[in-house]
Design a protein around this ligand. Structure first.
Ligand SMILES: Nc1nc2c(ncn2[C@@H]2O[C@H](COP(=O)(O)OP(=O)(O)OP(=O)(O)O)[C@@H](O)[C@H]2O)c(=O)[nH]1
Ligand SMILES: [Mg+2]
Ligand SMILES: [Zn+2]
Length: 301
């Protein structure tokens, strides 16, 4: 009998085995040796990859081929910073989830994710969750900054349901990944949107104000025929793959009109005299919050 081959999509990876969804079924797949690693990658297969499999048993298969990726969300591999760790492939939207109050809103992380999205060819969107806890003035200001930059922004409460219909509608037509700090409510949001999921969630620690890493692996869930959403473990800092200090200002769209106005062509916009970017910050034409994030990220690179 001829071998049965199917096209599918990787929904989850655990060690050397990968769950692949193909023609309405899940197959637990091994990886054929011929599927090559790129030398600087930690794994040749990521969640979201389009793959060709051979069906081996009723629910088992083998990955024969990984199709070319349309987009990637990557970060430097832990412990081997020169290697690329692909978190997910072929997604359209990176949904940056943050919360207010618990954990508190950290706009610096939003910027890191916005940059990672642009590097990887993904459209970013921002979710501000836990609205039921009440916005303070600085939260409201941060929200205004990102709205004015034109990003898709959803204000939600997974607790009382605010904003969830709109967010669900957005997810249905996209291939998205939810990412952000632990404890912001990524899995709780998905449990509300897909009530059969029953994803594990954990309370934010009272003593540290941080999440407790309830989700331990990346997994993909279908919302419609073509729309899926990926839940991911909370991350502390997002390392930026393939970003040089000198290029950081390219990722700050509001700085673009000023870049030619600096006295030095290779101005870092941090300490040089006659810096048009810093003048724009002082005048309030560039938000102080964004500039602060810029300097923090610049100094970390
Ligand atoms: N008040 C309030 N609490 C929420 C809301 N959404 C989630 N939570 C709570 O926040 C805590 C953390 O939620 P999780 O869904 O586990 O957070 P997560 O982002 O998936 O965290 P990791 O999996 O660790 O990355 C849980 O106790 C949730 O009940 C919300 O909108 N309002
Ligand atoms: Mg989670
Ligand atoms: Zn400058």
């Amino acid at each position: 009998m001829a071998e049965k081959k199917l096209d599918g999509i990787v929904t989850r990876g655990h060690g050397n085995r990968f769950m692949v969804f193909a023609e309405g079924r899940y197959y637990d797949c091994q990886l054929r040796k011929k599927v090559k690693f790129k030398t600087d990658q930690t794994t040749p297969v990521a969640v979201g990859d389009d793959v060709r499999i051979t069906v081996i048993g009723e629910d088992e298969g083998a990955i024969e081929e990984v199709r070319e990726r349309r987009s990637v969300l990557s970060r430097p591999a832990v412990g081997r910073e020169t290697n690329e760790h692909v978190l997910a492939a072929n997604i359209d939207s990176l949904v940056i989830v943050v919360s207010i109050q618990s954990p508190i809103l950290k706009p610096g992380l939003i910027d890191r994710f916005l940059i990672a999205a642009e590097i990887g060819g993904l459209t970013p969107a921002i979710v501000i969750n836990k609205l039921d806890l009440g916005l303070d003035k600085s939260d409201a200001e941060a929200i205004e900054v990102y709205q004015s930059l034109g990003y898709d922004l959803f204000l939600t409460s997974a607790l009382n349901g605010d904003g969830l219909d709109e967010f669900r509608e957005f997810l249905e037509n996209h291939r998205s990944i939810l990412s952000g700090h632990s404890g912001v409510g990524k899995s709780t949001l998905l449990n509300r949107i897909l009530p059969d999921l029953n994803l594990r969630t954990l309370d934010v620690s009272h003593s540290t104000g941080r999440g407790q890493h309830a989700t331990s692996h990346i997994e993909l869930f279908y919302l419609s025929k073509d729309g899926f959403v990926i839940d991911s473990p909370g991350i502390k800092v997002l390392g930026l793959w393939q970003l040089e200090k000198e290029n950081l200002s390219e990722y700050y769209q509001e700085m673009h009109p000023y870049l030619d106005g600096c006295r030095f062509t290779r101005c870092s916009h941090i300490h040089e005299p006659d810096c048009a970017v810093r003048e724009a910050v002082e005048k309030g034409d560039i938000s102080a919050l964004r500039y602060q994030n810029y300097t923090q990220i610049y100094n970390s690179l």
